[in-house]
Design a protein around this ligand. Structure first.
Ligand SMILES: [Zn+2]
Length: 459
């Protein structure tokens, strides 16, 4: 059956009118009962009431039989926007170690471009020191293909660097001096170990341990394949991280997690960095073929259920996907690498995207408010690429993504599907990985001993 939105609207209008009529008739009934006898009322007024109740039930019945079912309307409650925002704020709250305060703009000098043109691009006038010809002024003779890097601290121009094969120097805006690179740049790497037991929230435990907001997100990304941070975390869980922070010219520029361990209930997962990916000690990659969920910061509002009974008619109506409630506009990711095979409105699903992953798997994302601008049928997408945004199109009362996972066309519960493990590291690479971490083995075993056992807290 093909229903349209205008029909939905008509039904609502009918409901409203019937309700109005119902109230008026009850009201009249009490008023008129003084003037008329009961028999007369039974004949005229009750008949109307009974007919209106009958119409209500018939329309509910018709409405529930449409191509996409009514139960979604009953089961999906609105996302608590405040809850979402506080969580989001929580996650993006930054420590004094603030990565975002430093930003850079890099330009490769093109034909007809000079220093003034590039300074103008960043909204700054060219300092006189850089225009004046002198022996120190290595900015004077700018050449095509030179690299000019503007560095900003809290959006204020802090320094300008010129890089070429022969020249490598920096201009400090505040001090108004030019120096060659080897005079000023000192790259330092500091090693840190952070650990904590989790009593209620992973985030607050991680924050207390000394990790920065971005580092916490990286840590959650490493284990996000095996642990669902929004539902799996329990009191008594714990983690340990070995991390290296890099400072250039005593400015913090970034961190790299080298090793991490996470105890979640009875599971202990270890992650070793190798070539910017993470593996267990046997060389199995932690990254999986599919993400656990198509959005961040979600709440599951309806699970996969083949035998769910219809709340009114007690008929079996399967829900062949998982619903993730999130505020309208939340980005939706593709859960795996693949090709877009459908982008468009699909009955009760509303705005829908379907992606094929190899020959076996397809994933479906429904009720989108809009698609990603650059999405088209046939496009190759990478895992965690944004494909659209959460909405409530089609048959849905609150904003959520209805996510379906099919194996050879058969619906599967995405929360329970066991995915193939990624390709294991070959022997040579594995031994290289292990030898890269050899120097830290004392730190790792200390973390393993102290942050992967169950002998603390309540049992
Ligand atoms: Zn659903």
């Amino acid at each position: 059956m093909n229903y349209t939105n205008s029909l939905d609207l008509n039904i609502i209008v009918i409901y409203v009118n019937l309700f109005k009529y119902f109230i008026i008739s009850i009201h009249q009934r009490t008023k008129e009962s003084i003037k008329f006898n009961i028999m007369k009322l039974a004949n005229i007024k009750y008949k109307k009431i009974i007919i209106s109740i009958f119409i209500v039930f018939v329309s509910i019945y018709l409405y529930s039989n449409k191509s996409y079912s009514l139960y979604e309307l009953n089961y999906i409650d609105n996302v608590d926007n405040d809850e979402y925002n506080s969580k989001k704020e929580y996650y993006s709250k930054r420590l004094s170690l603030d990565e975002s305060s430093i930003s850079q703009k890099t330009y490769i000098v093109k034909k007809n471009q000079n220093l003034s043109v590039l300074f103008k691009k960043v909204g700054h006038t060219t300092p006189y020191t850089l225009l004046k010809k002198s022996t120190e002024n290595c900015f004077y003779n700018l050449k095509i293909n030179d690299e000019l890097i503007f560095e900003f601290l809290n959006e204020k121009l802090k320094s300008v660097k010129r890089k070429s094969k022969k020249i490598d120097c920096i201009y400090d805006v505040k001090e108004n001096i030019i120096q060659s690179r080897d005079q000023v740049f000192e790259t330092e790497t500091e090693r840190f170990v952070f650990f904590n037991n989790i009593s209620n929230s992973f985030y607050s435990a991680a924050l207390k341990s000394g990790l920065s907001a971005n580092e916490i997100m990286s840590l959650a990304d490493i284990f996000g394949w095996d642990i669902d941070f929004s539902i799996d975390i329990r009191s008594g869980d714990s983690f340990g991280v070995y991390i290296e922070r890099t400072f250039v010219d005593s400015n913090y520029v970034g961190s790299e997690i080298k090793y991490a361990i996470f105890k979640n209930r009875k599971r202990v997962i270890e992650a070793y960095r190798y070539n910017d990916k993470f593996y267990d000690i046997k060389g199995n990659p932690l990254r999986k073929q599919f993400l656990r969920a198509p959005i961040d910061f979600y709440r599951i509002s309806s699970k996969f259920n083949r035998k769910r009974l219809h709340p009114i008619f007690k008929k079996v109506r399967p829900h062949l996907g998982t619903d993730y409630a999130a505020p309208k506009g939340t980005p939706i990711y593709t859960t795996g690498d693949g090709t877009v095979i459908h982008k468009g409105t699909k009955g009760g699903y509303g705005k829908t995207v379907i992606i094929r992953h190899g020959n076996i798997y397809t994933t479906l994302y429904a009720h989108l408010s809009k698609y990603h601008k650059k999405l088209y049928v046939g496009k190759k997408v990478k895992q965690k690429e944004i494909i659209g945004y959460v909405g409530s199109t089609g048959y849905s009362t609150g904003p959520h993504v209805h996510y379906e996972f099919r194996v050879r066309g058969v619906h599967k519960n995405s929360l329970k599907v066991k995915f193939k493990k990624g390709r294991k590291l070959k022997k040579g690479y594995l031994s290289e990985m292990i030898s890269n971490h050899k120097d830290n083995s004392d730190i790792y075993s200390w973390l393993r001993k102290n942050y992967s056992h169950t002998a603390y807290g309540k049992k």
